[in-house]
Design a protein around this ligand. Structure first.
Ligand SMILES: [Zn+2]
Length: 253
């Protein structure tokens, strides 16, 4: 991270010094480091600011199903039924304020043996990239506090739409959270029906893949839960189990 910041500042200084003699080079020096920094903030798998795990090690035919943006009173109970029917274990990356609003759902997720991960307290998609250090701390601590009421201590964090910022790495580290990305996602709001969502999620499937799907009202009505059901069916057809990796399985990924 400090390399990116130093590179950015050095670019600005060089641009300032060259501004009078070579305006074109100065412009390039001013903006190119910004593009590099933006890449590591906005590209979900970019590793320059935060270590993001995009796969896990396994010798079995298994993948990690992760479900973001819940809990949701309509979807979560149905997803839990589906997972039970497929004997699948998953991680729910929950939003803190939704968890606080639906305590019975958080308890049901935990009681069914699934993992609960941290997905910020308010899911600030539009402003997380420029959140101040205090705002980042508030998002993390309020989410942890909401889950503490259920004696849940998450060890894993997923950034909203994979967006990171300058202060996230250290804030995660002191709270013992690791950042989890994905290797494939359903992109439910993009285009297509539930089958298209499932096809995207299992595209290029391989052991150790991390699949990202969503629940809740931001998912189009025809895809809610149905996309996850089809993913589970595809996995079954291809002989894959859904499991939650141990910390050591994330090591080199
Ligand atoms: Zn989300």
């Amino acid at each position: 991270m400090w390399f990116l910041i130093s590179f950015n500042l050095a670019g600005k200084l060089a641009a300032f010094l060259m501004g009078w003699t070579s305006p074109a080079a100065a412009l390039a020096l001013w903006f190119l480091p910004d593009f590099l920094l933006a890449y590591h903030v906005f590209v979900p798998g970019a590793q320059g600011l935060v270590r993001v795990h995009g796969r896990f090690s396994t010798v079995k035919r298994e993948v990690w199903l992760t479900i973001d943006d819940g809990p949701d009173p309509e979807d979560t109970p149905r997803i839990l039924q589906l997972l039970a029917a497929h004997r699948a274990r998953a991680t729910f990356f929950v939003i803190g304020e939704k968890a606080a609003a639906h305590p019975e759902l958080v308890r049901a997720i935990a009681a069914a043996g699934h993992e609960i991960g941290h997905h910020t307290h308010t899911h600030p998609v539009g402003t997380f990239w420029c959140a101040s250090p205090a705002r980042v701390r508030r998002e993390l601590d309020a989410g942890l506090e909401a889950l503490r009421a259920f004696e849940v201590r998450p060890a894993r964090f997923r950034a909203p739409v994979g967006i990171k910022n300058l202060w996230l790495a250290s804030a995660l580290r002191v709270r013992g959270l690791v950042c989890i990305g994905w290797s494939a996602r359903g992109l439910e709001r993009w285009r297509g029906d539930a089958e298209a969502v499932a096809a995207r999620a299992v595209c290029g499937l391989a052991p150790g893949a991390i699949l990202l799907l969503h629940e809740g009202p931001r998912v189009p009505a025809a895809i809610r839960v149905e996309g996850i059901r089809r993913v589970l069916e595809h996995l079954k057809e291809q002989g894959y189990q859904c499991g939650v990796p141990r910390p050591e399985q994330l090591g080199n990924h």
